[in-house]
Write a protein that binds this ligand. Structure first.
Ligand code: HEM
Length: 162
């Protein structure tokens, strides 16, 4: 047993990096986003986002089969239902959010975050037209994910981690 390796699922041996400023203080997304989109549009949004992720340079982190990919997307949709001002669906189904901890099995460095954000932004750009997201609030959604995703980063870029 290697007591220094608390995350045996984490590929490779890149050390865990903790962003020095702690969790960012982010503004809430206005609940009008949930009111307009509801669960069905939020789920459709996350299906489209995860399909983009499955074709991105970080596809290796996500489930291969379509069924499991969409199941993973549904988990994120449950979390974002709450983050967009709706009910605590994720907490009811899966327990405490612990978002940073739940991402630790994956190597997430700044380039990976930027790729995740690129896929998010492409989906966001079509959200008012396709998923009933109020156009006046897309900027607030973007600011939230941009800021909060910095706290999910848990590895330095490969060139800097030794
Ligand atoms: C705003 C920031 C983010 C939020 C709110 C978020 C939310 C979530 C949630 C709710 C889950 C499901 C966790 C579980 O129940 O196990 C999840 C899984 C995951 N997230 Fe994130 N995430 C964020 C950023 C990122 C970033 C930046 C990356 C990678 C670059 C990432 C990669 C993943 C992966 C690989 C999974 C596991 C997928 C699977 O189920 O196989 N996330 N995320």
């Amino acid at each position: 047993m290697d007591i220094l390796n608390a995350y045996p699922d984490r590929p490779g041996n890149r050390p865990i990096y903790t962003p020095p400023n702690g969790p960012p203080q982010t503004d809430r997304v206005p609940p009008a986003v949930y009111e307009a989109m509801r669960e069905d549009n939020i789920t459709a949004y996350f299906h489209a986002f995860y399909k983009r992720l499955s074709q991105s340079s970080i596809a290796h982190m996500f489930p291969k089969s379509e069924k499991n990919l969409l199941r993973a997307a549904d988990k994120s949709a449950a979390m974002f239902t709450f983050l967009f001002g709706g009910p605590h669906l994720y907490q009811q189904r899966y327990g405490r959010p612990m978002m940073r901890a739940r991402h630790l099995p994956f190597i997430i460095d700044e380039p990976a975050r930027q790729e995740w954000l690129r896929c998010f932004k492409e989906t966001l750009d079509e959200a008012p037209e396709k998923y009933a997201m109020p156009a006046e609030h897309t900027q607030s959604v973007w600011k939230f994910v941009y800021d909060f995703s910095s706290w999910i980063v848990n590895a330095l870029p490969e060139s800097e981690d030794s």
